[in-house]
Design a protein around this ligand. Sequence first.
Ligand code: ARG
Length: 457
Amino acid sequence: MRKGRFQKAVADVAQRYSESVSFDYRLCRHDIAGSIAHVAALAKAGIVSAAEQKKIETGLREIEQEIESGKFHWDEGLEDAHMNIESALTKKIGEAGAKLHTARSRNDQVALDLRLYVKEQIERASALLKKLQTAFLDLAEEHVDLVMPGYTHLQRAQPILFAHYLLGQIEAFARDAERLRDCLQRTDVLPLGSGALAGSTIVLDRELIARELGFARISQNSLDAVSDRDFVCEFLFCLAMIGMHLSRLSEDLIIWSTSEFGFVEFSEGFSTGSSLMPQKKNPDMAELTRGRTGRLYGNLMSILTTLKGLPSSYNRDLQEDKEALFDSVDTISAALELFPAMLPQLKVNRERMEAAANDPNLLATDLAEYLVKKGVPFREAHEIVGALVANAVAQGTKLNAIALADLKKLSPLFDVDVVDVFDVRRSLVARRAIGAPSPENVKAQIKAWHERIGRGD
Ligand code: ARG
């Protein structure tokens, strides 16, 4: 590539400084697919003959085989995967290979490869999210009637069903899948044909290329097409968001696995011991997931920062988009493979959860609502029950142990039927507005998610 313009070879230190093949080799399959589609357009434009097209295609397929079987030698002196593959092709088939790069720049080539890569990874992440949702759904079915305390501020708040918690996780990951589908729309745009920045005097049939590669749309501005890394930012945001959801889930499980809560226990295959304390069983998988969220955010910040000062069109800074992208893909894929394996083995301690859910204070709001149903304005009812809670605390007794006569001192509307308020299952049955955790709603949601996940939406 330097032959015509330069007399001197690039300095070793500069070559090592600028090479990208050590990481962009990961784009090789897409690079080859892109070249095969490109050569079809070159053939249609009469730049290569049908025989040359065949030769190039066969050569590229052979190179793909060599890469797959580990026989291919990547040369860092050739900067990137694109140059390595082109150079190997020309070595293999001679002059025809030297025609491949007609009407193409590495600027539109790398944009193409990256879009093909992100499209593939969107599919992969979506499939993994579905597996994770299925794991939650199985757990929800297994524990469909299990009551637990719901928390706000990490303080016991109101009763819920454990299945309601699990269905809440499914909701969050469904939003992630939806975001990925949306991101796909802007990723699914063919940039090839934009050249370095201004297309080419050799006019190629870009529709043919788009069809060959399965792109839904074709970029409409060559300058923007080689500049645009919005799809990388969006995808990294989607992955950061998935990481955040996994991190919050991890935090719940970590807290619930403490002796203080004792709601869940990680199976031994997903726990670690301590090198010092023989009794320890640590939730490292969840902690690592929580910890790695930092790198997912970092990768998103890294690409946004790289882009912010760039003049339009291609600048070499754009080479810095890849490592962050690959790192986030690897981080999320590993986590999304881990959880569907770990969750089915999670031991759920039903007794501990039920016992905690039987705290009558969880029904203090129900008690206020009991008065509301008898005509007391909510703020007033809230104050009355607040005073009852304070009394109970002062007397070291429970809210449901206060004698009716004492209740009546605060409101004459309290009656014998007040005992029903302290039946936690009755309380749950009553929570039947859309989205609330009544057992009936939870069962309907489980059914609906089965259908939705089965349909693949
Ligand atoms: N290695 C480069 C990258 O990853 C390929 C494009 C280089 N283009 C150029 N004009 N130097 O971005």
